[in-house]
Design a protein. Structure first.
Length: 180
């Protein structure tokens, strides 16, 4: 939640700079590549915010750490990148001032790396999440993946043939449901 606050602060400053800084042809906010930075940052932050919110909701509702372990691992794995990416864009649109100690971004950028280490390395959270996800998945039956089209077509053909054989074997009925 603290990371959301830090990232939101960086995004607010990014947008303020974009609408304030005049170049020879309009503001930075009028440049499409800067607009893309704003859009990507907002999307990344909102996705992360919803993941945090859902995880907090599950913690409250389930009161069972094991049941939310993978959600917590996902939050911890996502967190450093969200902060890193948004702060990096904020630095970029602030130009030289962005990398100076007149702005808070360098500390925020270092904080994004700290987030990937301090509460356990990101890799450990990724592994915890992936292990739990994979443990719930069954291997495909047979040689091919379950969405393999030729195999699926063959299964459908066999099912259709079986249904056709069953229909042919059943007594024929007319529209009124009486045997012909
Ligand atoms: C600001 C700060 C606050 C901290 N607060 C606490 C605290 O409150 N409580 C606490 O117990 N610890 C705390 N720590 C310690 C923190 O948990 C460790 O720094 C962290 O687990 C990494 O361990 P390490 O520094 O020994 O590095 P190493 O174990 O040497 O890891 C170095 C790097 O190797 C990689 N790595 C390590 N393990 C794996 C793995 N299993 N799979 C893949 N890659 C791996 C990662 O990239 C990792 O960053 C804090 C650290 C910092 C920087």
């Amino acid at each position: 939640m603290r990371t959301i606050g830090e990232a939101r602060k960086a995004l607010d400053l990014l947008m303020e700079r974009a609408v304030s800084r005049q170049t020879r042809r309009g503001t930075l906010a009028e440049k499409q590549l800067v607009q893309a930075m704003v859009a990507d940052s907002w999307i990344q932050l909102e996705q992360f915010r919803l993941l945090v919110l859902r995880t907090a909701w599950k913690i409250d509702r389930l009161q069972d750490y094991k049941a939310v372990r993978k959600d917590i691992a996902a939050v911890k794995a996502a967190m450093p990148k969200v902060l890193h990416d948004i702060v990096s864009r904020a630095i970029q649109v602030h130009g030289s001032r962005g990398v100076s100690d007149e702005m808070p971004f360098v500390e925020q950028l270092v904080a994004s790396y700290v987030m990937g280490i301090a509460d356990g390395p990101t890799e450990v959270h990724q592994v915890a999440l992936a292990k739990e996800l994979l443990a719930a998945v069954k291997p495909a039956e047979g040689l091919f993946p379950s969405a393999h089209r030729p195999a699926a077509r063959e299964r459908a053909r066999r099912a259709l043939a079986a249904a056709g054989a069953a229909t042919a074997a059943a007594p024929h009925t007319n529209d009124a449901g009486r045997s012909a």
